[in-house]
Design a protein. Structure first.
Length: 274
């Protein structure tokens, strides 16, 4: 079975077309990304339509189109995307699916936490690989609204980064996670982009080093140097701040997960998760 997920996030709209991989995993067939800039109903609807058609052309037999924090907050976008079949995910469902996608390659029963940093929210889910989520929580703080809320310059100043770090620490501490799992996996655009710069081990020292690199020059220069989209380079420092805060609150270094929300949706469509 070939399935597809179109994920309308706060920063980007992303497509994953996938087929079953070894065990309860998914193998990508096609991936696409488009920034929601400007995040107008017309622009986002056009992106969703284009990605849905690309999924059909790639042979997807089942397609699920989902939206997260951006659609939960924007009635105008919900109204514009409803005719396209877009489903607005509650935060609990977002956490469940991101957990499934991030843990798809872990040993069944392995205790793990998943931190999913998006543009408009951050979810933390704790459970066991192959079993599901035992505890989850969400905060309406993501890379985009943290960057905008702290009025990041280009590049952000030391004072702006300090303010962002304090806000992120308060938000993650406010989730009051009662667990201290031995492994924490990171999902979302900030995590995958950071892994391109650092590798899959996202420990505190590595995140600090990456922040220094990202904030040492304007976003356009950083984007050229590291082959990033300038729009991602502008908000990535805030994403790193949130990842760092999550690792500190959970008491464990982060590693990049094997996927995230889109992979979880694909697994769900294949009937590989309950």
């Amino acid at each position: 079975m070939v399935v597809a997920c179109v994920d309308v996030g706060s920063n980007t709209t992303r497509l994953l077309v996938a087929e079953p991989g070894p065990g309860a995993t998914v193998r990508p067939v096609l991936e696409r990304r488009a920034f929601n800039d400007p995040a107008t109903p017309e622009h986002v609807a056009a992106q969703v339509t284009a990605q849905r058609e690309a999924a059909r052309a790639a042979g997807a037999q089942r397609i699920r189109i989902v939206g997260t924090a951006l659609l939960r907050a924007r009635e105008d976008l919900r109204a514009a995307l409803e005719p396209l079949g877009v489903e607005v995910l509650p935060a609990a469902e977002e956490a469940r699916l991101a957990f499934a996608g991030a843990t798809q390659e872990r040993l069944p029963g392995e205790p793990v936490a998943v931190v999913d940093v998006g543009g408009g929210s951050t979810e933390v889910a704790v459970g066991a690989a192959g079993t599901g989520v035992a505890w989850w929580a969400s905060t309406p703080l993501g890379s985009r609204n943290l960057s905008e809320g702290c009025d990041f310059g280009d590049p952000p100043t030391a004072g702006q980064l300090a303010e962002a770090s304090a806000r992120a620490a308060r938000a993650l501490a406010g989730l009051a996670c009662p667990h201290r799992p031995p492994l924490v996996l990171a999902a979302g655009g900030s995590a995958t982009t950071t892994a391109r710069l650092l590798g899959t081990d996202l420990h505190r020292e590595a995140l600090d080093t990456a922040l220094e690199r990202l904030c040492g020059a304007p976003a356009a220069a950083v984007a050229r140097r590291h082959r990033l989209d300038p729009r991602r380079a502008r908000i990535l420092p805030a994403g790193l701040v949130l990842l760092r805060a999550a690792g500190e609150q959970l008491g464990a270094p982060l590693r990049l997960g094997a996927g995230g929300l889109r992979e979880g949706v694909a697994l769900d469509l294949m009937g590989a998760i309950g």
